[in-house]
Design a protein around this ligand. Sequence first.
Ligand code: ARG
Ligand code: ZN
Ligand code: CA
Length: 750
Amino acid sequence: MEYLEFQYLKDPKRALKEEAIERHTNEVLSRQASRAVTGVVTIPVVVHVVYNTTAENVSAAQIQSQIDVLNADFRRLNADASNTPSMFLGVASDPQIQFCLASVDPSGNPTSGITRTSTTRTSFGTNDQVKFNSSGGKDAWPAANYLNLWVCDISGGILGYAQFPGGSASTDGVVIDYQYFGTIGTATVPFHLGRTATHEVGHWLNLRHIWGDGGCTVDDFVSDTPVAGSANYTGNPCAFPGPNTCNTGAGDQPDMFQNYMDYSDDECMNLFTAGQTARMRALFEPGGARASLLTSPACGTATPPTCTDGIQNGDETGVDCGGSSCQPCPCSASPLTLTITFDNYPEETSWTVKNSSNTTVASGGTYGSQPDGSTINIPITLGTAGNYTFTINDSYGDGICCSYGSGSYTLKDANNSVIATGGQFGTSQSTAFCVGGGGGPTCTDGIQNGDETGVDCGGANCPVCPTCNDGIQNGDETGVDCGGSCAPCGGGGCNYVTLNSQNFESGWGIWADGGTDCQRSSADAAYANSGTYCVRLRDNTNSSVMTTSNQNLSSYDELTVQFSYITVSFDNSNEDFWLQISTNGGSSYTTVGDFNYNVQFTNNNRGTATVVIPGPFTTNTRLRIRCDASADDDRLYIDDVVITGCLNGARTAGPGQARGEELSEFVKNINLFPNPAFDQMTVTYTMEQAAQVRLTVTDLSGKTISRQEFMADMGDQRTQLDVSNLPQGIYLMHLATAEGSVVRKFVVGR
Ligand code: ARG
Ligand code: ZN
Ligand code: CA
């Protein structure tokens, strides 16, 4: 309860969520019969062991012993169910809840369901620090799919603590002190039977203490647990009847100290009641706080890495090639380039390329005439397809690094793929490779080569590149047209774009306002942005319409149009304007929003307006803003029209997150080369207008690896990306401005 108080303080909405859950529970309980969820409910569990001493690093067997206790207690299969006094047998209940150690981790990989984190912290207390990597603990796995169970040294006499339903996902779960966890190993009498976890999981499933954390007038929201006035700390021999802290008159019963939600010793506990079962199970009904666990994939079978997942995994030696189970990697393409940086003894360095009959077909060195530490590039053309061996030699036998200078060598093929690289060796170092003969660029080599327009797609010979709106789960998408390099899957926010006046194509009012965007008096300053233009409408017949240009909004499911700033001038009466939509390319418009503004510039009045237009839309959807046509020369100033669209069901996380390609006409001709890259990659692109650009590199899971921001001029631009520190693999480059973002995939080779 102290911990719950702490949550109320931290989050003002915490109490409201609790009320909502309570309402939902009562609604479920008031439905006499019908339940959507019947039978056994299985909850995937991840156990996070956070240890400082070896004793705290509890064994897998001890963890299993705890899971076994939960599975017994929440199925009333506990051996000591026979100790439940006959007075309570009528209400003793099987909650029909089971627990499985997770077999699939949040990334879809196989897991034991146990994480182990070594910490420098000697104890944690109840302030959630065990739940975050950043405070010496371990981050929660997604609470929608896992019961997070942390095991650590809590100290302070606390056996465990739990978060009730309705709290933050990042702290959701239960924490058990390692001395009161499971039934073997460090489990300590009299809390050695795993009932601390039973008790805390009870809380996590919304159960209160049977004494309601108050006297005889406070309840636990369950009617079949006898009213109790305080906690019982009953121990061996658990004699019935125990204390009777509240006398409720006729039918009065002694305290149910045997209930898991009291504070008795483990050996005295043996039941949940039917009322507790109903309360817990309400959470799994539709709309319930724990219902998402019913569809958790966490106890299913992990999908193993494959030879076509576009990831260098398993023992693959290239992306989806090589190793024991994938196809051999494609042969190299001639000509090769050998780059040697010499140590302080170039006169000792030489190399050869031999064919499969051990005949030297190319060679070089020694290099006594080269300056110490210098670098040379040597083209090597191998005309015949076949198997070869490259050997670099050092006549002194100490390689070219690192005793006398730091030399190195790299042999790359015509596609810039690294064949061999090194520097530290003895007398020689050899690498086998093949050339041509079905090698060369292919549509499955994970490299953008030949005339491919994407990685292994596009161009004359490879399949059409997947897109984020072809309605097919392809490329690295994790759902249909979402995830991977497309917009993230799942609910939440939407794509958005800000339309400024330059996005409107007709009308009187592309008004150059000198950088004060629609600011008509100093009182407007807070509403004005720094744009150069303002949208201005004037209500006479030939200047009353503003139409969005260049913005094909058809791929959105729904559009939210927000006018963040409106003022009216030259008017003493109501001013009217409409938001209209055309779904046929612009000839006929339907009114979707009608705004009536009795605001006057002279009074420094201003307003905002929002309208939601449900889709779907057909091709060439455009929006326009239309003024009334009363021709009395009123003027309406509107700026920062923010359009939020949900792209093909693939809702993104909203402003600041990845947005749809459809709105990216602002930047064109994006090229990355070389691809694959090794040290430096060049990004070239054409800006439609000068803009602040953010260039972010992420891995396929979306994790940010690097980010740079700069002002890019209009016209052809070039930016350098240092990839020398990235592990080999596939990455995404996101190029974003305030108008939208584009994503390109690239490969780092090593
Ligand atoms: N949160 C309670 C405490 O730390 C847990 C009590 C568990 N009781 C038990 N017999 N295992 O005191
Ligand atoms: Zn408790
Ligand atoms: Ca693979």
